[in-house]
Design a protein around this ligand. Structure first.
Ligand SMILES: [Zn+2]
Length: 417
């Protein structure tokens, strides 16, 4: 454990050097950004979520909660500083039927996604509100509560989830009928869109050290006559309560990592994961690439070195401590775009899953795939090792969306329909 931890530390030390340009989170968040709430007797996650016009899922994310249980006196990060603030006015799609009493009876042929689109909301919001754990299991005759349409930014534009957070992924859905193409810019960066049953969508990854606040979103739509329209909105980015670790670096060890070398390797890797394959190669949620093991460092973990300030930009993936030689399996269907030895990350395999989504597996003892090979979810990639800047056997698992590291654990839950 200690060895693995130390290995990760050296990896991160170098990366930290390049993250210092990112301003740390402001001490006093502006109005409307996360604040804290002290849990009172009788509170549940659901009651707190309702009070702050959010969902249980968002609260769990913000607070990195593993269970639904709250304790009186517990401090929760909540998305709004003012619980008395009214919920945003409901907006509905022009073609959406008026919700009757905010409930809907499931009809033959319905899917959660189809119902969500009809009400200008998301399958996830419906599932959260109705406590549905398996998105595929709804039955004809079920009564579903329909959330108010606060997730709908403007008619025909849906953010899923409705707010972003550091290290998270947001899907932008454009549900206007009769469009031939859609593109978007988030904070000036172009987000490619793809088409699926009846709508266009694009994926946006938010950095683990993204600035907290709101970022501008512009969506440009072109219809069959060639007419182009633009819509603007804001995406709210909340802070994620990443774990913080205090680390003591043994004297002299800092020299093991040459910043120029680390930068060169990062640049090369960024060029690979910055590509875009306009086809979705995977389906369903991503799976854990190994079974068993102990998480020795979560995504985004922020570190203070030798008592110094806590870095604003933490761990670029998730470390799972395991014995050497344990098999590593593909987390989702994808094409091998890199398989080779690197100085920092050791034996590394990178998979392209399409739509700007990539995943990678560092420090392998052995690689069993070749560049160009197409892998199905669960296919063998290689074996756990301790190559590169690692002194203990572990798997480091990273996922990128459009070149930005995001939390791999979120991708083990269904995101793209
Ligand atoms: Zn790591």
């Amino acid at each position: 454990m200690r060895l693995v931890f130390r290995a990760t530390l050296f990896l991160l030390l170098g990366l930290l050097a390049f993250s210092l340009m990112v301003p740390p989170i402001a001490a006093a968040p502006p109005a409307g950004t996360p604040t804290t709430y002290t849990v009172q007797a009788g509170d549940t996650l659901y009651s707190v979520a309702v009070r702050y016009h959010t969902t249980v899922a968002v609260l769990k994310h913000l607070n990195a909660l593993k269970s639904d249980l709250l304790q009186v006196g517990q401090q929760l990060i909540v998305p709004s500083s003012d619980p008395s603030e009214p919920a945003p006015p409901a907006t509905t799609l022009p073609s959406a039927p008026a919700p009757s009493g905010h409930s809907y009876i499931v009809q033959r042929g319905d899917t959660l996604s189809r119902i969500a689109l009809r009400y200008g909301t998301t399958a996830r919001a419906l599932a959260d509100l109705n406590d549905i754990h398996n998105l595929n299991l709804i039955e004809v005759g079920d009564a579903l509560a329909i959330p108010n349409s606060s997730t709908l930014v403007t008619p025909g534009l849906v953010l899923d989830p409705p707010a972003a957070h550091q290290g998270g992924t947001v899907m932008i859905k454009v549900t206007q009928p009769d469009l031939v193409s859609v593109s978007a810019k988030v904070n000036g960066e172009t987000i490619p869109f793809t088409h699926t049953a009846g709508y266009f969508y694009g994926l946006v990854g938010f950095s683990r050290c993204a600035k907290v606040g709101s970022v501008p979103l512009t969506v440009t739509e072109t219809d069959a006559t060639g007419k182009t329209t633009s819509a603007s909105a804001k995406i709210t980015v909340a802070a994620t309560a990443f774990p913080v670790q205090s680390v003591t670096i043994p004297p002299g060890k800092e020299a093991l990592l040459d910043p120029a070398l680390v930068k060169k390797e990062s640049d090369e890797l960024n060029a690979i994961v910055g590509q875009y394959t306009p086809v979705r190669l995977w389906s369903g949620p991503f799976r854990m690439p190994v079974s068993g093991g102990i998480v020795s460092s979560y995504f985004g973990t922020r570190r203070s070195y030798n008592g110094g300030p806590v870095g604003a930009c933490g761990h670029e993936g998730m470390d799972i401590a395991l014995d050497g030689g344990i098999p590593i399996y593909a987390d989702a269907r994808g094409r091998v775009v890199f398989a080779g030895l690197t100085q920092v990350r050791g034996n590394m395999v990178v998979l392209d899953h399409g739509l700007g989504v990539f995943s990678a597996f560092f420090h392998q003892s052995e690689m069993d795939v070749k560049v160009g090979q197409m892998l199905e979810a669960g296919d063998l990639i290689g074996k756990v090792g301790t190559t590169g800047l690692s002194t203990g056997t572990h798997l480091h698992w990273s996922i990128w969306v459009n070149g930005v590291y995001v939390d791999p654990v979120e991708w083990t839950k269904t995101l793209v329909p």
